[in-house]
Design a protein around this ligand. Sequence first.
Ligand code: HAM
Length: 418
Amino acid sequence: MFKAPRGTADTLPEEQPYWRYIEEKALETCRLYGYGRINTPAFEDAGLFARSVGEGTDIVNKEMYVFKDRSDNELALRPEGTASACRAYMEHGMDNLPQPVKLFYFADIFRYERPQAGRYRQHHQFGCESIGDPSPMVDAEVIHMSRNFFLSLGLRNFSLQLNSIGCQNCRPGHLKKLIDYFAPLGPRLCGDCQARLERNPLRLLDCKKPGCQAAAEEAPKSADYLCDECGAHFESLKSYLQALGIGFVLNHRLVRGLDYYTRTVFEIQPAEGGSQSALGGGGRYDDLITMIGGKPTPAIGFASGMERIVLNLKSQCIAVPQPAKPAVFIACMGGDARVEAVKLAAVLRDGGIAVISSSGERSLKAQLRLANAAGVKYAAIIGEDEVKAGTVMLRNMETGEQQETQPDELLKLAGSGQ
Ligand code: HAM
């Protein structure tokens, strides 16, 4: 017996209303903020992610699905969506359009992580990227948008975690302070963090191991080492958020797991669930496009995991709209009746009415049980008598009343929703 690969999941029909609900709210949010949809390939040149997400990150080092195709190209299943959106922005000359260019996507994302609740090897993201504008007003708008998206879903009890990790100019100063602080703690740090000290000291701040977390709490804060420009950017952003009435928690340990970020980083954290349960996250990435060969282009975006949203909708008992039940069930008995049943189903569907049709193999009682289970309003029963008379026996499944009806009448009745 084959099973879905570890860390992947089937989304069965009964789960679909959650996904549809999220997609509709996402589409409406994007309409309000002026984002246009983009689809990019599920796999890209592996170098695209190595250069942008970063060679020193877990995502590229440990989690990326890399493979060679039959022409020896080294490809990777996308481990995130931002680099692809930026690659497309460059490839299609979107820098010639009025800036910023605002793109959104729904994308399946692949990361070889240790599966657990809300953590998959294939997950799905709704993501937005605003490319081409350096203003902190855009940061505030993207944060407002992500927060309003979650609110529009009915979700409550989440916090906005905020930090600034500076730029190429001021980050080295902070990194030096971090190394000075962490180096003497060497043996008290986990093996991964000891390696990070050399490769990627910022990452020490978001280690999930309790010993490292305690040490990170007291570590030098990036916001204390910002250059004047980054400091002014962060202050402006905070004042816009205050003006918008958006509460935030300054979290100096928030550094995010991707190397392309500059200045603003943020995460939306549900009140319940640990630090690995973020509903969404994002930030500014002013250097990403230069990292992948383009000209300097400021940008900011965010993405949210659809599976995490579904989990939170369920844990907060948020009811989502269910699809309408079919209106009519057609039951039939006998060979001639089958022909009429096939014709009636076609006429009703042509008239826009949703129909379930029985193949007439079972007893009438069994067919009506199916009609009941399907939650239809009407069962149209066709037996030998109805075939002869050119009629159907219409049964109202709620009241149990039956009456002989012409097919046209049924079309009108079911169409009117009565
Ligand atoms: P990220 O924080 O790695 O950011 O992922 C975004 C969101 O995807 C997370 O907040 C979480 O909800 C969900 N997620 C991540 N990994 C998993 C997983 N293994 N299973 C289920 N859900 C997961 C990015 O990917 C950036 N590209 C976001 C961004 C857009 N930054 C700027 N623009």
